[in-house]
Design a protein around this ligand. Sequence first.
Ligand code: NAD
Length: 430
Amino acid sequence: MVATTIETSNNHRQLIIPNAYQTAIAQYHRATEHLAIDDNIIEFLRYPRREFTVNFPVRRDNGKVDMFTGYRVHHSTVLGPSKGGIRYSTDVTLDEVRALAMWMSWKCALVNIPYGGAKGGVIVNPKELSQAELERLTRRYASELIPLISPHSDIPAPDMGTNEQVMAWIMDTYSMTAGYSVPAIVTGKPIIIGGSQGRTEATGRGVIIAMMESLKQRGQGNRTDISVVIQGFGNVGSNAAVYAHELGFRVIAVSDVNGGVYNPDGLDIPEVRDYCQENGGVMHYPGGEPVSNADLLTLPCDILIPAAMEGQITASNASDIQADIIVEAANGPTTPDADDILNDRGIMIVPDILANAGGVIVSYFEWVQDLQAFSWDKDEVFRQLQRIMVRAYDETSNMAEKHHVDMRMAAQMTAILRVAEAMKTRGFYP
Ligand code: NAD
């Protein structure tokens, strides 16, 4: 579904932008049109399996009790236990959680790890809570989720507004109820309580692995002068920048929410990272010129990596993008209208469910290590990450070639086909 305009009663034109769930459903139906899948299975996979809404109290530091609303949606459990992050944001809605849960099903299926898709969220601005209030909110939400989550049914992880400390509180709350430690209940935990080596770097590193595969696919695998622009310098953007720099790519611009820094000769990324840590941002790093986030997206470069948030590349800037390849590190950074413009211009898009899957892949390794009570070293984690990312990339590009579709459509088709085949094999219960 694309954005449309309607006439209102007073003759004004109003832009109607589809919500995330409408977009997810529309993408799903577009992908299934290319696939020979049983209609019953198409109908079945369109719906979330379970949706849970909870209203719960949290005592504030001043003694007052406030009510909060949280969700957890299991889209699919066909390939295995459902997996997906928990988001703390004032923008959380049930429809957003439904969409994110469906996209998790496709992401896990695409990289062929034995998980279904889930997502959770609480309507809250975590920055407005004290650390003690955040802990009470998390523990109460986690205890409300106990009937739904377990290491064998649904395994949460961090997402926007949550972090490894929040995962530690969820793990502890679940463990206190069980009566023993259950590290495999969440991923993205601190290493000291069962987190995995390499989880922090995983998504950014996976983005660069996908980028290198896309260069090979475009016949540019041997070029040594590739320039890279990265929007967002948080967990994903900074780790992608560091790995690209280590591999010898020229990272010419990076940004955070306040703006960016640009040097066409290449930035010294370890220095930019230190500067960012000391000064709380990258914009005034002295080794380059300041650049706005809007201008950064249209800089001349070979590769553009949006690694900040959704909806950054739209119909209004897609015609000005100068990159040859866009590697979607963020979830949903390109709107469907912009997709059409970029495809017409021959700009390749490596879609989010493929490009940023490194995070869930290493989350899967964390869960495997916790279940076996055996930890891997970082080299092993990165070797296995590389293997799975390259395999998923190859499968997606083969699907794209076979059906003459773009990489986004091919990624969705590969994933949906895999879940549909598993469902056909399992059959409808009873
Ligand atoms: P983060 O909060 O660590 O970093 C976000 C970065 O984007 C920060 O540098 C912030 O300043 C910047 N930013 C925020 N708003 C911006 C704006 N309007 N313009 C430009 N920059 C802006 O988040 P993250 O974990 O790095 O996640 C980034 C994206 O990657 C999100 O879309 C997230 O859903 C996706 N993602 C993350 C992971 C993961 O493992 N962390 C996995 C898969 C997908």
